[in-house]
Design a protein around this ligand. Structure first.
Ligand code: HEM
Length: 534
């Protein structure tokens, strides 16, 4: 609050300054006298209001809309350019809301680790609230008991080591189906993002409710062909600038129709979830004959439904919370992973010597008469370095998920008011010449012979975030990315289609993707045709 007043006073001082300048040049003595007294008074007042901690520096904007009209589309790049001008931490007003952008490794460490507890709230956009049943999921919930319980549930019941091990069969099944499908498209154009997306969505839905999209019997578990478009729309709407967020007093008008649009997406996904959950409840009550899983194991939905009915469960779980959790898993796992597969393929195709090294390694570790299995993956050190280097240059969430302090605090000598929106500019940190030699060059070798990982402890490299809000799906995300890439690169040679022009530009979004989809052509690499069957 104090800083809000201080900010207005500083603006007033600026406009008085230009008036003073005019007055001096016009030799208006009276104006000069008034201003000579009032300017120092305002400066004293400003310091009094602000104490000794001003807001981080930043650009001025227009009344009411702030800097919004000047922001442009590629916000991560714009913020990085602004960091060169205003320094490692700067602030800007978008609409009536104060935003703070953190651009250096040292300050990211302060925000995500030293002061992790203070900066662990989220401040979700309206569209995110709509798609997550009012922010009752893990990703958009504030740092409170509800979030802790939901996150614990996700980590212990879905993403635990035994669960990931047990779901290995599903991953193999989906990857093999994909290799088989690509085999039928040899010599023709393939949209690599779509191929990867379908593989991941089929795997994730198999793990969650045991029946994949392309299963022969399209029963109540069938997720539907339009799901990819709906998911893209969800991600687009969560990242799209919305006047309702910047000027909350206008939110009831939903001027850009973003909320209405998101509610339509919610209806689509919600009806799929309802169908699946109702079907399962009927199965469980014995009204219809349920499918018995071959391994006799329970899938995630079954575990969650049983927890819901458990009297002494540590948290009250209802159907809405189950759906919020399913939404997080399906949305968080699919678009990020398929985007990464596409970026890695794009970088590899752009660097033929890298392609050769990756395929040589695959030949050596797997052999030309064999298929990729999950136990091979940890031996693919060069491919791992290629993926990490791609994560460095193209972090799918270049500003992570916005954070918000639960109390006013001081960072780098600047006042960060409670409730403002804080962005961690990973894109800038991953390309900062202070952190990386020749940062814009694609050099996987920088990730060889070093103990790099994704756990966010070294804030120089944080594609999955850092601190208590770090992505809980790192192991699964990494596993799926490496497995899909290794299989596609081992089974096929790839080239750009002659009609396609090579480019590596991105388009900012909540998940930042390639501006133009990568369309490439596979050719057979292994001589034994049986290695392409499911
Ligand atoms: C390549 C794949 C993935 C990437 C690049 C990725 C990246 C991220 C990033 C950058 C964040 C924000 C961290 C922060 O704010 O500090 C995040 C959060 C999250 N991710 Fe992932 N993710 C991936 C896969 C997954 C998977 C497979 C799941 C789960 C099945 C998942 C679930 C989540 C959830 C629930 C959050 C919110 C965590 C919280 O707020 O407590 N992600 N992810």
């Amino acid at each position: 609050m104090i800083s809000e007043v201080g900010y207005s006073i500083s603006l007033t001082i600026m406009s008085f300054w230009s008036w003073w300048w005019d007055a001096q040049t016009n030799l208006d003595q009276l104006a000069c006298t008034i201003l000579t007294i009032s300017v120092p008074t305002l400066v004293i007042l400003w310091y009094k209001w602000m104490g000794t901690t001003p807001l981080p520096p930043g650009p001025y904007g227009l009344p009411f809309v702030g800097y919004l009209p000047f922001l442009g589309n590629n916000i991560h790049e714009r913020f990085t350019v602004m960091a060169h001008k205003y320094g490692p931490i700067f602030s800007l007003r978008l609409g009536t809301k104060l935003h703070v952008v953190v651009n250096s490794m040292d300050l990211v460490k302060v925000v995500t680790r030293d002061m992790d507890q203070t900066f662990a709230n989220r401040c979700p956009p309206q569209t995110a609230l709509a798609i997550t049943y009012g922010g009752s999921d893990v990703a958009w919930s504030n740092n409170n008991a509800h979030w802790r319980h939901m996150r614990k549930l996700l980590v212990s019941q879905v993403l635990s080591h035994p669960n990931l091990k047990a779901s290995q069969g599903f991953r193999k099944q989906e990857v093999r189906k994909t290799v088989n499908e690509v085999y039928t498209k040899i010599g023709t154009k393939v949209d690599i993002n779509k191929i990867a997306f379908d593989t991941v969505v089929n795997f994730v839905t198999s793990m969650l409710w045991g029946c994949s999209k392309s299963g022969e019997g399209k029963d109540s578990s069938y997720i539907g062909d339009g799901f990819r478009e709906v998911e893209f729309k969800i991600i687009e709407l969560v990242g799209a600038p919305n006047i309702s967020d910047f000027i909350p007093m206008l939110s009831r008008f939903d001027l850009q129709g973003r909320l209405r649009d998101m509610q339509r997406q919610l209806e689509f996904v919600d009806s799929i979830f309802d169908n699946i959950i109702e079907g399962r409840i009927k199965e469980n009550s014995g009204k219809i004959e349920g499918k018995v899983r071959e391994d006799g194991r329970k899938d995630i939905l079954q575990i969650l439904l049983e927890l819901k009915d458990q009297k002494d469960a540590p948290m009250l779980l209802d159907i809405t919370l189950i759906k919020a959790l399913l939404m997080d898993i399906v949305v968080a796992a699919t678009d990020t992973t398929s985007t990464m597969v596409e970026w890695v393929m794009a970088e590899i195709l752009h660097n033929p010597s890298v392609m050769k090294k990756v395929q040589d390694e695959l030949t050596e570790v797997i052999g030309m008469n064999n298929i990729v299995e999950e136990y091979h993956l940890s031996k693919l050190t060069y491919l791992d370095a290629v993926i990490k280097e791609t994560f460095r240059l193209h972090p799918p969430l270049p500003l992570l998920i916005q954070r918000s302090p639960d109390k006013s605090c001081v960072v780098a000598g600047y006042n960060i008011p409670k409730g403002c929106i804080v962005y961690v500019n990973v894109w800038a940190i991953h390309r900062d010449p202070k952190n990386w030699t020749n940062p814009s060059e694609f050099k996987p070798e920088r990730f060889l012979n070093n103990n790099w990982d994704y756990n966010g402890k070294n804030v120089k490299f944080i594609p999955f975030g850092s601190g208590r809000r770090i992505c809980p799906g790192i192991t699964l995300g990494e596993k799926m990315t490496v497995y899909i890439l290794a299989s596609l690169l081992h089974s096929f040679d790839w080239r750009l289609h002659k009609d396609e022009e090579f480019e590596l530009s991105d388009e900012f979004g909540f998940v930042t993707k390639k501006r133009k989809p990568l369309i490439i052509v596979p050719s057979k690499r292994l001589s034994d045709a049986s290695l392409y069957s499911c």
